[in-house]
Design a protein around this ligand. Structure first.
Ligand code: ATP
Ligand code: MG
Length: 246
């Protein structure tokens, strides 16, 4: 089957830093791919370029057949992006926020209802959706934002550190939701995370990035065997510390 995402030698030069250097990888339909790497490795920069929020210096990425450089508007129709530090409209009730966001995608009131119902079934916040977002815990806000991000059934959901700062139980719930959406609806995911346990559980394949270089990609079990490592954390440490180009 065709790839949902093909990243081709994508690079970003900020004024002083080459943040992303010829990064290439792809994601198949229904696949969950995670970028892992130290702080400042280039994860958010890569994600923001693919989300069409940042223009690449060179290279390209093709999302569901459309180029982020040549057809960013088309790309936006098939993706959703959840930023690492997403704020929410504090004075809106949860339910109002979901309706407002659904209304940005369609003018059809039936569709709006459909999207909102879908978001409600994903975030499972029930009656609390009638409270203002300002009164939510961090975990509840992340759940609302995730449900908002996937309510329109995008082909590719791009989530920058989706569970950062959440307690274990909330993080587990979000991971389960992601896996379920991929398995049952064929949605693809591009994630970034610092949590190796999370990545091992949730992703089909990972890419290890450091100093703008994508050093290896592969399935977790393959990488553990290749680096003779007990877990992904060991793989990560061996790849990042043992790499001569860094
Ligand atoms: N707007 C910007 N202007 C200049 N340099 C930037 C900008 N954004 C990021 N950088 C630099 O680019 C590099 C990559 O940053 P990026 O935010 O992509 O890393 P990251 O892997 O997401 O890190 P973290 O794990 O801390 O979120 C860093 O050296 C950072 O300082
Ligand atoms: Mg980041």
């Amino acid at each position: 089957m065709d790839k949902v995402l093909e990243v081709k030698e994508l690079s970003k030069q900020y004024t002083k830093v080459l943040a992303v250097d010829k990064v290439s990888f792809d994601i198949a339909p229904g696949e969950i791919f995670a970028l892992i790497g130290p702080n400042g490795a280039g994860k958010t920069t890569t994600i923001r370029m693919i989300s069409t929020l940042l223009t690449p210096t060179s290279g390209d990425a093709i999302v569901a057949g459309n180029s982020i450089v040549k057809a960013p508007k088309k790309v936006r129709e098939s993706i959703t992006y959840l930023p690492d530090e997403a704020g929410a409209y504090k004075n809106m009730k949860g339910i109002e926020y979901l309706r407002f966001m659904a209304g940005l995608f369609t003018n059809d009131p039936k569709k709006v209802n459909e999207y909102v119902e879908r978001a409600k079934s994903i975030n499972k916040l029930g009656e609390r959706l009638n409270d203002k977002l300002g009164s939510y815990s961090r975990g509840m806000i992340r759940k609302v934002l995730l449900s908002r991000a996937v309510m329109t059934q995008p082909k590719l959901a791009i989530l920058d550190e989706p569970t950062s700062g959440l307690d274990v139980l909330n993080a587990i719930e979000i991971r389960k939701t992601i896996k379920q959406l991929a398995a049952e609806e064929g949605m693809s995911f591009l994630l970034s995370s610092h949590n190796m346990l999370e990545i091992e559980f949730v992703s089909d394949r990972v890419g290890i990035i450091a100093k703008g270089h994508l050093l290896v990609t592969g399935r977790t079990d393959e990488l553990k065997a290749r680096y003779n490592a007990a877990n992904l954390e060991e793989v990560f440490e061996r790849v990042v510390n043992g790499n001569e180009i860094l």
